[in-house]
Design a protein around this ligand. Structure first.
Ligand code: HEM
Length: 475
């Protein structure tokens, strides 16, 4: 290598490091929306050794997720996700192919059908009722307020652990729940952080990540061990639940016994549900509550609808949620403005591809900026406003299932979220029961809740878990 080439290489490396550390540190949906305004609806960022393609128009989203859904249907991983998914032995982060197809088929019957909704909806209603009872019992809730999220988190774990293991946790202090929550929280924090991007993008910097990756490995080991010891092994010895019905893990273990998947795959399915189902739905409920507190007129309109259609004090059920168009509109608006996974889970093309006439090198990470699609003023009326009415007026034909490429809170196509079938009724039951039973208010001395966002690699949640006053209604 001559001197000039060496100088150029070093200069190139220097710029790659600067871009990877400065830009790579905050690749959130809002920054990427600003780049789209500057660079267009498709642009490529070269981050060290990784190519990152950002797609920001409904037409191009359709191309990636639908028309070329197979070409762009894989997932990128990175040094951290490789650890947590055993290099794609799971379903969410595996490439598009035989393994994914098998995992998705095996998971469909136990998790993603209307039969599952009908089997578990009474349990979800009972969990929401238990939240209402616990809040009513706590005098602090009506006076200075409580961090409602903590109780809702227990509810969400119970909603999903009933489906998975026919299990629930009695209280927020249950030691097993505390341990599980801490390990899942640590896994999310480590995976969603931007902290490790520099070492992921630039392999020669990877030695600096050694400490970080060691912690990831330890958390992963402890977590999978916990799933195995306390949940999966227990189920291995029980045939069916008390009422004779199978829970999800029974179906999954059957697939293992048939030799379709191995024990690691079983544990990665449990891992996937823990991250894909619980936190996403919880964040959405938390955003919904915050928006309802900050928009008392919307909250009142929703309460009036529930009182009129269901009757004051009549406990709202899952079938009721479909009779409540304003409740549905509140949920859609929450998922639009506060999209829990604003960039979808990153997609990837295994082979060289073309998009809008541009060459996309193989193994590029493809981010569809779904948040921008749903918040671009060129396509939506006053998108920054929280206004559920839009879904009853000018956007009344738009559904959350991807029937309109401007609105993709669950993605669309092959890698879209199969959990939508569970998430929507859980959101409806929970928000419905809360508004039905309480007046939700900011804490004394505060007129609004702080709704500052915190973004991660592909998550969006509220920065500060709000304290909320819940005044019980009397019927
Ligand atoms: C409000 C709650 C939820 C939201 C907003 C949400 C959103 C999403 C999004 C945007 C994706 C990626 C789509 C893509 O990459 O094109 C996804 C994938 C996925 N979600 Fe959800 N989700 C939610 C709840 C759930 C629930 C309750 C479950 C399971 C019970 C679940 C299971 C999954 C799985 C397994 C995938 C990966 C699909 C694949 O790669 O083939 N999600 N979700």
């Amino acid at each position: 290598m001559d001197l000039l080439l060496l100088e150029k290489t070093l200069l190139g490396l220097f710029f790659a490091i600067v871009v990877a550390t400065v830009v790579g540190d905050d690749l959130n949906h809002r920054n990427l929306s600003d780049y789209a305004k500057k660079f267009g609806n498709v642009f490529l960022l070269r981050m060290g050794q990784r190519n990152l393609v950002v797609v920001s128009s409904p037409d191009l989203a359709k191309e990636v997720l639908h028309t070329q859904g197979v070409e762009f249907g894989s997932r990128t991983r990175n040094v951290v996700f490789d650890i947590f998914t055993g290099k794609g032995q799971d379903m969410v982060f595996t490439v598009y192919g035989e393994h994914w197809r098998k995992m998705r088929r095996i998971m469909t019957v136990p998790f993603f059908t209307n039969k599952v909704v009908q089997q578990y909806r009474h349990g979800w209603e009972a969990e929401a009722a238990a939240v209402v009872e616990d809040v009513k019992k706590n005098p602090e809730a009506a006076k200075n307020g409580i961090v409602l999220r903590r109780r809702l988190q227990l509810m969400m774990y119970n909603n999903m652990y009933r489906i998975m293991f026919d299990r629930r946790f009695e209280s927020e202090d249950d030691p097993l729940f505390v341990k599980l929550k801490a390990l899942n929280g640590e896994r999310s924090r480590l995976a969603q952080s931007f902290e490790y991007n520099y070492g992921d993008f630039i392999p020669i910097l990877r030695p600096f990540l050694r400490g970080y990756l060691k912690i990831c490995k330890e958390v992963k080991q402890r977590r999978l061990q916990l799933f195995k010891e306390y949940f999966v092994d227990e189920r291995n010895t029980k045939a069916t639940s008390n009422d004779g019905l199978k829970c999800a893990i029974d179906h999954i273990l059957e697939a293992q016994q048939k030799g379709e998947i191995n024990e690691d795959n079983v544990l990665y399915i449990v891992e996937n549900i823990n991250v894909a189902a619980i936190e996403t739905t919880l964040w959405s409920i938390e955003w919904g509550v915050a928006e309802l507190v900050n928009h008392p007129e919307i909250q009142k309109k929703l309460r009036d609808e529930i009182d009129t259609v269901i009757g004051p004090g009549v406990p709202l059920t899952e079938p009721d949620t479909y009779k409540l168009p304003y409740l549905q509109a509140v949920i859609k608006e929450t998922l639009r403005l506060r999209m829990a996974i604003p960039l979808l889970v990153p997609h990837m093309n295994l082979h060289d591809a073309t998009l809008a006439g541009y060459d996309i090198p193989a193994e590029s990470k493809i981010l569809v900026n779904a948040w921008w699609l749903a918040n671009n003023p060129a396509h939506w009326k006053n998108p920054e406003e929280f206004r559920p009415e839009r879904f009853l007026e000018e956007e009344s034909s738009v559904e959350a299932n991807g029937n309109d490429f401007r609105y993709l809170p669950f993605g669309v196509g092959r890698r879209s979220c199969p959990g939508i079938i569970l998430a929507l009724p859980i959101l409806g039951i929970t928000l419905g029961r809360l508004v039905q039973n309480f007046e939700l208010l900011p804490p004394p001395g505060q007129s609004k809740l702080d709704t500052t966002e915190k973004g991660g690699q592909f998550s969006l949640h509220i920065l500060k878990h709000s304290t909320i006053v819940l005044k019980p209604r009397s019927f």
